[in-house]
Design a protein around this ligand. Structure first.
Ligand code: FES
Length: 606
């Protein structure tokens, strides 16, 4: 019911009153009010994740909106990114459209590492100057570091200018923080303690920051949050398009990444009880788009053939250039990227799992909207990126959602009557299916014969859960009465097709890498990332994600990219190893591969 005298709209179930604005969509209005609505496509009207109910007199939905919403139109849903709410409207955000805090995987493979950090702090007692023996202040400081090439260490002019006062203030006792044994980062009176470092996994969806003691290697704090750039689309293509089309878009995205990192730095320091001014180095890994957007580089070429990055080698930039609030003089090291869609995160994964010392044919897989694959065989490495689409992250699926509270992440079906047994994140009423839940449900339906190997539902089973819905055949997983959304949670034939497309893209990429290496099947599959960690290998094998692979040989390794970042932070040797791995990886461009289309078609069957 609208009230013409009211100049506000009300968002439910929060009850938040917000001034109406005839110039902006409901999606933007909600965002401005701090209410997050899912928007996988970044508000382009393609993904259908932003659906809301608006109680107001609205013009009817157009053809495009109807096509995206499907049967939900009849239930009164509209796309928040496509409607403008007049004053007096009430807008209901259903649980599946409200963006919950994602479950963030912060840990990964453990690794024994020989410490060899780029940054070291030296506690120095500087002897007083002597008459008749001319040794300048700078040289007397450096001699005390014990470094072989001490006198070659580079001092900035400002550091030389402040040297005398610092010596006086510290009464001859100083902390010299030196990087790579050649660059003086900071000189402080007295002893400041161990220098700290920050390893960052800058993901498209989530950002994980690990605070580490650079002298002992001890992890002091791990903090994670959603990447705020998500407001401009959940996939990298939507972000790149935002950066390209919006005035100042590139600067906006860089600023958002930086402010997220600064918040994580503050949180991590608070957790560890330390000052950000003790963090002298950060290592950042991320996909190539996140890497470019953080640096403020033009990411548009990454989305257009021939998908060329602006830079691929490792980079060192100052924290100040990136706007990061770390110690004065702190540096940020970015691991190398391999190609437009094989980024520093893949290099970090390869480092974390020791891809250069694996001695059996191994496929390393990091799955998301994009799947990055690395194949290791006889000391050689091949890699590719495959556009899996959003199904593995709950996108383009009628009951899909990200791995957040309320998401079904695993399903088991009773073979006799198809009664489901569910695992739900947060042990709450089920709201939707996340990627691993989707794979799990599909695998169960294949196993009981309800879904045919070619896809689609079998008509041989007679069960009330298998029924006709607004979009053809569907399986009723959770009734409206039992669900957390008040609506039936179903898997439709179209959802199964989406999953087929996603899994075929991955399986075809894997097949092409295996062909390059002259292999039939890998001896081992390593699954990196959150999705890989929650995915049941047996389910993955039932749907044919890795054809011919024995589920026993599939191993989830957690957030290996974050672990790789920590390794590169703690050891220059590992940093070089990452560089060598990136150089060694042979990139196979699937978009240009003559056999990709055939391999993809072959892989569509379950
Ligand atoms: S359809 Fe509205 S954000 Fe995607």
């Amino acid at each position: 019911m609208t009230d013409a005298n009211d100049s506000f709209v009300v968002f439910e179930p929060h009850g938040r009153r917000v001034p109406a604005d005839p110039e902006i969509s409901v999606l933007e209005l909600a965002r401005g009010a701090g209410l997050d609505i899912e928007s996988v496509c970044g508000g382009e009207g393609r993904c259908g994740q932003c659906r809301v109910r608006v109680q107001a007199d609205l013009p009817p939905p157009g053809v495009d909106e109807r096509a995206v919403l499907g049967p939900a139109v009849a239930e009164g849903f509209r796309l928040a990114c496509r409607v403008i709410a007049p004053a007096g409207s009430r807008i209901w955000i259903p649980p599946e459209s409200a963006r919950g805090r994602p479950v963030i995987l912060t840990t990964g493979v453990e690794s024994d590492l020989e410490m060899d950090p780029a940054v070291r702090a030296f506690e120095i007692e500087v002897p007083p100057a002597e008459l008749g023996r001319v040794v300048a202040d700078r040289e007397r400081v450096l001699d005390q570091t014990g470094l072989a090439e001490a006198r070659e260490v580079r001092f900035g002019l400002a550091q030389i200018k402040s040297l005398e006062s610092r010596l006086t203030e510290g009464q001859g006792r100083l902390t010299a923080v030196i990087r790579y044994g050649r660059d003086l980062l900071d000189l402080r009176p007295g002893w400041i303690g161990h220098p700290l470092g920050l390893a960052v996994d800058l993901g498209t969806t989530t950002v994980v920051a690990t605070l580490v003691d650079l002298a002992t290697g001890q992890t002091l704090a791990v903090q994670a949050d959603a990447n705020p750039q998500i407001a401009h689309g959940e996939d990298v293509i939507s972000r790149i398009s935002f950066a390209e089309k919006e005035a100042d878009g590139r600067a906006v995205l860089a600023r958002e990444a930086t402010s997220c990192l600064n918040q994580l730095i503050r949180n991590a320091c608070r957790e560890a009880g330390v000052e950000p001014g003790l963090i002298f180095e950060a290592v950042v890994v991320g996909n190539t788009a996140m890497h470019h957007l953080l640096l403020g580089l033009n990411a548009t070429p990454l989305a257009r053939t021939p998908y060329v990055p602006a830079v691929s080698e490792a980079l060192d930039v100052t924290a100040t250039e990136l706007g990061l609030n770390l110690a004065p003089g702190a540096m940020v090291h970015l691991l190398p990227v391999k190609a437009g869609f094989v980024g520093a995160d893949s290099v970090a994964v390869a480092l974390a799992v020791g891809a250069d010392s694996i001695d059996e044919p191994t496929l390393i897989v990091d799955l998301g909207t994009n799947g990055e694959l690395i194949l290791v065989h006889e000391g050689r490495l091949w890699c590719c990126s495959t556009a899996a689409g959003p199904a593995f992250e709950g996108g383009h699926v009628s009951g899909g959602m990200r791995a957040a509270r309320g998401a079904v992440d695993r399903v088991r079906l009773d073979e006799r009557d198809l009664t489901p047994e569910l695992s739900v994140i947060g042990r709450t009423a089920p709201v939707g299916l996340c990627g691993s839940g989707l794979v799990s449900l599909a695998a169960e339906l294949i196993r009981v014969g309800a879904v045919k190997p070619a896809g689609g539902f079998s008509d041989k089973l007679n069960n009330p859960r298998l029924r006709r819905g607004g979009r053809g055949g569907e399986f009723l997983l959770v009734t409206a009465a039992e669900s957390g959304s008040g609506r039936d949670l179903v898997l439709t034939a179209k959802d199964i097709s989406e999953l087929q497309l996603a899994k075929a893209a991955v399986a075809a990429g894997a097949r092409i890498l295996l062909d390059q290496a002259g292999l039939d099947v890998p001896s081992r599959v390593i699954l990196a990332g959150a999705f890989g960690n929650y995915l049941d290998p047996a389910d993955a094998c039932v749907i044919g994600l890795f054809p011919g692979v024995d589920p026993e040989t599939v191993q989830g390794v957690g957030n290996a990219a974050a672990v790789g970042a920590v390794m590169a932070l703690l050891s220059v040797r590992q940093r070089r190893r990452a560089r060598d791995l990136a150089r060694k990886m042979r990139y196979i461009e699937l978009a240009a591969h003559p056999e990709f289309a055939d391999r993809f078609t072959d892989a569509l069957r379950f």
